[in-house]
Design a protein around this ligand. Structure first.
Ligand code: ATP
Length: 322
């Protein structure tokens, strides 16, 4: 089990992280989300042992003492995949993956490389030199290399940032299933809400150097403590109760996702369409409601200037009152 207790860090005077504490069990997947610059990468570097903290970091019973005490940087049973994936460019994809594997049992090594190439869907490009691979292909090789020596904890910094949408979903499913099958704990620093929503067992939100929210991804999504947390999952509205309920004067805030606001043919809150964006399965409609902007999903494009009525479930409004 990984345990952080009061982990703090500053590159200069201003702390980047202050008193961060959490636990992670073996095989668990934790996503760390938050706006750019909130300290996600720094947290991974502290855990891996590249930066020194005054706080405490334990892996099981062992305290990790960081770079001041380790001759070779980084904990040997962890793997850290940074945003620049640092491949040996003259070597092939397969040789990069096998680089740190023992040559004592060549057949075993070959089999392991083959298995990892399959996990990242790079079998066909096994012999291609890394320098001739695209950014996304290099990132997949780097992921496989990080897995090669079967780490106990994998620290991934934006692991799919260079990979196209088409491959990303499949790769994510394969990689995270592999980690679960092999009981490898994982911390993913990410901007991509899918990494947090679909694959994480728990999610930590960082803001102002602290843990701002911490929960299962479903709980954070369904009951976001505030607009900042909700906006990490996509478009979000923050309206006042008086905007949504007739004869209500409360300025209490209600957080709603675009898919939770519906067009009504009969009654509802009056609004005027400003813009429509095609999103594939739905259109995202921007409308003005009491001089405020509101976003909702609809099955069709709506013309600018159209007067509409909007409805939100009362139960949902009650559950989202802040
Ligand atoms: N080597 C460094 N020296 C000084 N300041 C740094 C260094 N690395 C990061 N910082 C600063 O520390 C803060 C946290 O950076 P960090 O890279 O951890 O954020 P992040 O959440 O991972 O950002 P992003 O999502 O953009 O990758 C930022 O304000 C950044 O400018």
């Amino acid at each position: 089990m990984l345990k952080l207790k009061n982990v703090s860090f500053a590159y200069a005077e201003e702390p980047v992280l202050k008193n961060i504490s959490f636990k992670l069990e073996k095989g668990e997947n934790l996503s760390v989300i938050g706006e750019s610059g909130c300290g996600k990468s720094t947290l991974l570097k502290l855990i891996y042992g590249l930066l020194h903290t005054d706080g405490e970091i334990f892996w099981g019973e062992k305290e990790l003492l960081g770079p001041k005490f380790n001759l070779v940087p980084g904990e040997p049973s962890f793997k850290y995949l940074a945003q620049d994936f640092d491949l040996m460019l003259p070597l092939s994809a397969a040789d990069n993956i096998g680089k740190h594997l023992s040559n004592q049992y060549p057949q075993k090594k070959k089999k392991r490389i083959k298995e990892l190439l399959e996990v990242v869907e790079m079998t066909e490009l096994a012999d291609k030199k890394a320098k001739l691979l695209s950014g996304g292909q290099q990132q997949r090789v780097a992921l496989a290399r990080a897995l090669a020596k079967q780490p106990e904890l994998l620290l991934l910094d934006e692991p799919f940032s260079h990979i196209d949408h088409f491959r990303k979903n499949n790769l994510r499913r394969r990689l995270f299933a592999y980690l679960k099958d092999h009981n490898i704990a994982c911390i993913v620093a990410t901007h991509d809400s899918t990494d947090a929503l679909s694959f994480a067992d728990k999610t930590i939100v960082l803001k102002n150097a602290k843990i701002y929210a911490e929960n299962s991804p479903a709980e954070l999504y369904q009951n976001p403590p505030n607009k900042y947390v909700a906006s990490l999952f996509g478009d979000v509205n923050e309206l006042m109760l008086k905007d949504l309920v007739e004869d209500e004067s409360s300025r209490k805030k209600v957080i709603l996702y675009p898919e939770e606001i519906k067009l009504s043919k009969t009654s509802g809150i009056e609004a005027t369409v400003k813009k429509s964006w095609f999103k594939g399965k739905t259109w995202l409609i921007e409308a003005s409601l009491n001089k405020k902007t509101v976003y909702f999903n609809h099955s069709q494009e709506l013309k600018e200037g159209k007067k509409i009525k909007l409805k939100v479930s009362e139960k949902l409004i009650k559950s989202r009152l802040k």
